[in-house]
Design a protein around this ligand. Structure first.
Ligand code: ADP
Ligand code: GLC
Length: 480
């Protein structure tokens, strides 16, 4: 099949979260299976500076209609593996910046223009390159208008650009909402400006556009697909989702086993596998050494790696300070984002020296070392569309403690609810829920035989992308 993915992040070129990993893995898996895959990505500075992209070639000059003006740009292409083309939509004014969405303090003020330009440029490119896509698969709000823009362009130019359009919701909390006065820049007919179109409480919502106008909608776990039908999780879009529920499905993400695999992980001081676990001990020693934490045998190490944002449940962790003061445990936290959380956790370091380490930065190597060197991994998210770190933890023999939401509940089987199949601990997303989870972790740690069984079951779980790719292919084929 000819499959086009459109995303605002792609590992290893640009990444702020799991979207980059997921988009890259889907594309690579489908390409390796012999499909002809193209991915469109904004030509951010970091992407253009990547060694692969230095070999990119200009393949189109762009002249994108935005209201009554035309914005120029160029399309560059490179191919990092057989069957895979990456197209970078370039316009320096929009994308030659350090950040993807903002400067660290706040979002860029021209994000509407940046991502509208990106989506319109993709539609133009599909036509000009005659890609004849069987499927155009869009990810998150930055591509939410694309299905509608594409169908309107087909109508206007009387030529088909895509068999099927798919819109995947990776996180419904980010919706791409902008002032409706920018509508004219879309050049869409007026009929889509109202409540049955992309208008949302007097504004314009890109996420709403994707949900209403893609042929199929997916999200990244079956549980999240159910949750976003309810007001507690849909962030105001439950009514819109209700219109499309027959076309909505949840397909669980996998992990890239070429990158997240303890037997070949190049970031680790020693590699290991389920049948030869010695290397995990070396990783643990190295982690404690790097974090300058007291290394005492028998004391469990809890790890956490996440964006520092409310979603990740850091408030639940902070509410459990007493546990960490009282118990003989170690805690290593790596995050990036909201400084409030870093400051609160730094306060813990001062009162519990030698027990806690926290860093506010993006650090890929350290994230691998934490996954490998910890005994337990914490993910007390308030909501989690899928989550990748709990799957990395399973693969690395690090028992995950997760709240019972979204993809976390779909990937981690609770050891008490299902003792024969349990791979981790899950709990309600509340401070007391986390407290009970931590207490159960200590009980498990005290029973080393049972801990080893749980660890081995997690390591044997198949988290590869093959299953997810099969799910997407079935969806793509259903409409052919
Ligand atoms: P989300 O996309 O909501 O942030 P996921 O669990 O899907 O959550 O993906 C997060 C990805 O980002 C994982 O690959 C994780 O290892 C990585 N990550 C998060 N924070 C950091 C950090 N501070 N340093 C390095 N990698 C990080
Ligand atoms: C989003 C979600 C996360 C998911 C990722 C990849 O960032 O927050 O749960 O794993 O997308 O689909």
């Amino acid at each position: 099949m000819k499959i086009v993915h459109v995303a605002s992040e792609l590992y290893p070129y640009v990444k702020t979260g799991g979207l980059a990993d997921a988009a890259a893995s889907i594309a690579a898996t489908l390409a390796d299976q012999g499909h002809e895959v193209s991915v469109f990505l904004p030509g951010y500075r970091a992407a253009l500076e990547h060694a692969d992209a230095l070999k990119s070639e200009r393949c189109l000059g762009l002249r994108v209609e935005m209201g009554d003006e035309y914005f120029s740009g160029e399309l560059r292409r490179f191919s990092p593996r057989p069957n895979l083309s990456i197209y970078l939509v370039c316009r320096d004014e929009f994308f030659d910046r350090r950040g993807l969405y903002g400067n660290g303090e706040r979002d860029y003020e021209d994000n509407y223009h940046r991502f509208l330009f990106f989506q319109k440029a993709v539609v133009d490119s599909l036509r000009l390159l005659t890609l004849n896509a069987d499927v155009v698969h869009c990810h998150d709000w930055q591509t939410g208008l694309l299905p509608l823009l594409l169908r309107c362009a087909e109508r206007r130019n009387r030529n088909a650009l895509a068999g099927l359009t798919v819109f995947t919701i990776h996180n419904i909390a980010f919706q791409g909402i902008f002032p409706l006065r920018g509508y004219h820049r879309t050049n869409l007919p007026d009929e889509f400006m109202g409540i049955d179109g992309i208008e949302y409480y007097g504004q314009l919502s890109m996420m709403k556009g994707g949900i209403l106008f893609a042929d199929k909608i997916t999200t990244v776990s079956p549980s999240y697909a159910r949750e976003i039908q309810t007001p507690d999780f849909a962030c105001g879009l439950e009514g819109v989702i209700a219109h499309r529920v027959d076309d909505l499905s949840g397909i669980l993400n996998g992990i890239d086993t070429a990158v997240w695999n303890p037997s070949i992980d190049k970031f680790l001081p020693s590699t290991y596998s389920v049948d030869a676990l010695q290397g995990k001990g070396d990783c643990r020693s190295e982690l404690l050494r790097m974090a300058r934490l007291q290394a005492e045998p028998g004391v469990p190490v809890f790890g956490m790696v996440c964006r520092f944002s409310e979603q990740k449940g850091i408030d639940l962790l902070l509410a459990n300070k007493e546990f960490f003061v009282r118990e003989d445990v170690r805690l290593v936290v790596l995050g990036a984002g909201d400084r409030r959380y870093e400051e609160a956790l730094r306060g813990w370091c001062a009162t519990m020296p030698g027990k806690i380490w926290v860093a506010n930065r993006l650090d890929e190597g350290m994230s691998h070392l934490i996954e490998a060197g910890s005994d337990f991994f914490l993910m007390p998210s308030l909501f989690e569309p899928c989550g990748l770190n709990q799957m990395y933890s399973l693969a690395y023999g690090t028992v995950p403690l997760v709240s019972r939401v979204g993809g976390l509940r779909d990937t981690v089987i609770d050891i008490d609810a299902d003792p024969l199949n349990g791979t981790g601990i899950n709990f309600p997303a509340t401070p007391t829920g986390l407290h009970d989870g931590l207490a159960r972790a200590l009980l498990l740690w005290a029973d080393r035989g049972r801990h080893a069984e749980v660890q081995a079951r997690g390591m044997r779980r198949d988290s590869s992308w093959a299953k997810s790719a099969a799910g997407y292919l079935a969806l793509y084929a259903a409409e052919e």
